[in-house]
Ligand binder design. Sequence first.
Ligand code: BES
Ligand code: ZN
Ligand code: ZN
Length: 460
Amino acid sequence: MIPHISEDFDQPSTPILPVGAEDFDGWLSSQSELVKNWVAVQDFKTKSGSHLVIPTSEGDISLVLLIAEPDQWGIWSLAKLPSSLPPGLYRLDAELDERQATDVAIGWSLATYNFDRYKKNDREYASLLLPANADKAHVERTVFATNLARDLVNIPTQDMGPKALEGAASQIAGEFEARQMNIVGEDLLTYHFPMVHAVGRASAQDPRLIDIVWGDADAPKVTIVGKGVCFDTGGLDLKPSSAMLLMKKDMGGAAMALSLAYMIMHANLPVRLRVLIPAVENSVSGNAFRPGDILTSRSGKTVEIGNTDAEGRLILADAMTAADEEEPELLIDFATLTGAARVAVGTELAATFTDDDELFDLIEKHSATEKDPVWRLPLWDEYRSLIDSPIADINNSGSTPYAGAITAGLFLKEFVNKSKSWVHFDIMAYNTRERPGRPAGGEAFAIRAMFAALKEKFGK
Ligand code: BES
Ligand code: ZN
Ligand code: ZN
């Protein structure tokens, strides 16, 4: 079941008729007086993407006119329609190739997402007949994976703490018979994840490391790590209320990791997948880790705590060390890591860091075709000295706020040694404004681009 996409081809449906802006006058001249009058009184503007419901003489809907440039079908080209058309079944009267048909269906369905878990509403959406040539399985996995990421981010921490995040991961793992191991509480010390424990120990809910493995053991190893800070108070370096307000979304990296993992497993990509999610709550308590503490990481490197609010890189470092020990072909991490990345590229681009030019070219290519924007920032090695510590191997926060997203990336890089290739995404995981198909709230970032890149790199 794909939300608001129908395969009931026997059902009557209303056509959506695309007409180019320059062909509009010609189209109108062939219409009845009734239609001409209707168009005149609507004061219809032939702007690309605008639409008009055209009535029959009986007062039913005859068709939906859509101003569209010929052959310019992208993921969001119909995304305004599901919420603006009267509920019912529609079909697109156009010849689309597989890519276009698939994209249009994905965009339509994504536009019908409605987070109504805590406030029921009677919002209704129009449905679209699955366009001919669409890759139904790809529509299904993309929509499911995106809405999964949205839900995980939108659900407030009270219902999406470390334990619930583990449960959500189990559901996904269970669906594809992946193996899952969770290292919880004091066991994190036994199994050498000291920084996951240190960051998460002040919470009433035990910190944990979620470890999922799937696929043929001999296939190329792809490992995804996601920052799972279920709430980030900042710790003892407490955030001001305005900065804390949205911090339920600080497990956005974990949401992306599960979302991308879902797509990989659903598509049965020939890889050996591992997903590592350090899940914690960065809380304030008598046993909280402190500014000035020096933690010994899983890798053995010592880390001076310059700021307890730079917690994401600490838990990621231990998880990425574990990932790196297996020498994967590709290590991917997603994290709502820095405010600085948002200052640099805003909320709607995924700041992307990698030393692998070939990998970045591949991601960028698919980012363009998937309309899933990424922007590369440098792992500028000369800035490494900004996170030097006089009394430990490294400091978790820079001596200056400048280049904060880069120094965070350089911090992570210290823990990646044996992986063949590594890419780091510093993302918002949230729409701060509404756009067609993308409601305000939790959102998937870089998932479509990364899935397409993986498919090209590792697919059969
Ligand atoms: N979770 C935040 C980063 C964040 C803030 C992401 C707002 C998206 C929107 C992270 O844990 C954090 O607080 N980072 C600090 C690091 C600093 C103390 C070195 C930051 O970015 O200010
Ligand atoms: Zn923080
Ligand atoms: Zn954080």
